[in-house]
Design a protein around this ligand. Sequence first.
Ligand code: ZN
Length: 199
Amino acid sequence: MQVEGNIVSLLLKTEGLLNGHFLLSSGLHSGKYLQCAKILQYPIYATHLGASIAERFKNQKIDVVIGPAIGGIIIAYEVARALGVRALFAEREEQRMTLRRGFEIKKGERVVVVEDIITTGGSVHEVVRLVQGIGGEVAGIGALIDRSEGLTIAGIKPVVLSTMKIETYDPQSCPLCRDKIPLVKPGSKQLLGQQGARV
Ligand code: ZN
């Protein structure tokens, strides 16, 4: 089956991108909420999106794709599927990003680091350092969405399917609060009061 539409239209269709008035876990408010797990729950979309990122690396010799857990696991796997290479994930052990479960990267292997959403680039940067630290060569970085407005990570410009600017607001100066748009905590169906209290 052919998948129609770009990543933004697919995110809207699968409610991976919501418009409204949201209370984020940081306590800030936002008019948009992005959750890539909602689109990646559909294997057909995950495979399609992974192939779209992999397309940009198909003429390079790539040995391994790795994603930071948890957000990067599925999409890294799908990029690896399209490239016909191994898929690994890195996870935190006592704060440090590490390879567990017997995963290995051999010296000189060419690696693509893949994440779902790049926000600060922190996790991706840590995985890049992890790969380089064990002798792998980072051939590129890929992501579904770049929220960072064009961040370069460890000197590498990520291959992204879309960029997206998502404004966040302090509750005291939130224009959506001012307009009395009902506040919602993403992932729940609850409506919240103006300062985040349940109503
Ligand atoms: Zn608000």
